[in-house]
Design a protein around this ligand. Structure first.
Ligand code: PAF
Length: 279
């Protein structure tokens, strides 16, 4: 497995892959890998000849008071995991490489970027869209793989790829959960044992909504009331939002009749967690 640090080497390697007539799948990550990331790698391996993983804790998607400094960085361990998984190429650039001094070009997906996490984390999706645009530009992959856990990110990136006419297929893989239901996340490793138990309230609230919807309740306000009732039962989880929205526009919808995204975000201790369910 190649581990590359510079954009120039990465471009050359990707050009060689294309010249050999192979398709390339890209899995963008911020490292601290878990089974969720590996599910993206496996999906990429199933549909592409060569698979690249980028590992970059992207400063522009963190707000000034967020956890950029404390975000887990485990590059050596990540590389061991990816090598064992049969990944072809890891790209682990420096901040200076991705954001040369004086860089002032950003990608903004107007509207969508201010919804859900974008409302609570101003500038977050501008940072995500910008770094993913850079990665797509560097790799020019046939397919790029993202996790459904970041549902709002998926909507923003799909729109960016569509509007900017990137020649890439966005592939979205299902949320991978711990046996007790907690959605896998790099941030879970920051939770104490007690907080880990408190965090389960997110998936429990979503399951309640799923059961009610399957039982015939389709009105969003009633489903949300059920979810909020469950969430209120765990004072250790400080709710940020719980919404029922259109999965593409991220706008609130009155009913789940035609499909919906139920999304929740809460802070447990200092760790912000998100989870969601597609109905
Ligand atoms: O989902 C993530 O890990 C990040 O937001 C991404 C897509 C790698 C961009 O930094």
């Amino acid at each position: 497995m190649l581990v590359l640090r510079t954009i120039a080497e990465t471009r050359t390697t990707c050009a060689r892959i294309r010249l050999a007539g192979k398709t390339l799948g890209l899995v963008p990550t911020m490292g601290a890998l878990h089974e969720g990331h590996l599910s993206l790698v496996r999906a990429a391996q199933a549909s592409c000849d060569a698979v690249a993983v980028s590992i970059f804790v992207n400063p522009t998607q963190f707000g000034p008071k967020e956890d950029f400094a404390s975000y887990p960085r485990t590059l050596e361990q990540d590389c061991r995991i990816l090598e064992a998984a049969g990944v072809d190429l890891v790209f682990a650039p420096s901040v200076q490489g991705m954001y040369p001094s004086g860089a002032s070009a950003f990608v903004e997906v107007a509207g969508l970027s201010d919804r859900l996490d974008g409302a609570s984390r101003p500038g977050h999706f501008r940072g995500v869209a910008t770094v993913v645009a850079k990665l797509l530009n560097i790799f020019a992959p046939e397919r790029a793989f993202f996790g459904q856990k970041d549902a709002a990110q998926v909507a923003v990136l799909r729109k960016m790829v569509h509007d900017l006419r990137f020649a890439v297929q966005v592939e979205v893989c299902p949320i991978v959960r711990e046996p007790d239901g907690l959605a896998m996340s790099s941030r879970n490793r920051n939770l104490s044992d007690i907080q880990r138990r408190q965090a389960l309230i997110l998936s429990r609230a979503l399951l309640t909504v799923q059961r009610k919807a399957q039982g015939g309740e389709h009105e969003s306000s009633k489903l949300l009331a059920e979810a909020l009732g469950v969430l209120a039962g765990e004072p250790g989880a400080e709710l940020d939002y719980c919404r029922i929205v259109d999965p593409d526009t991220l706008e609130d919808i009155p009913s789940v009749d035609r499909g919906a995204l139920v999304a929740v975000a809460a802070r447990v201790g200092t760790t912000r967690l998100i989870d969601n369910l597609l109905l």
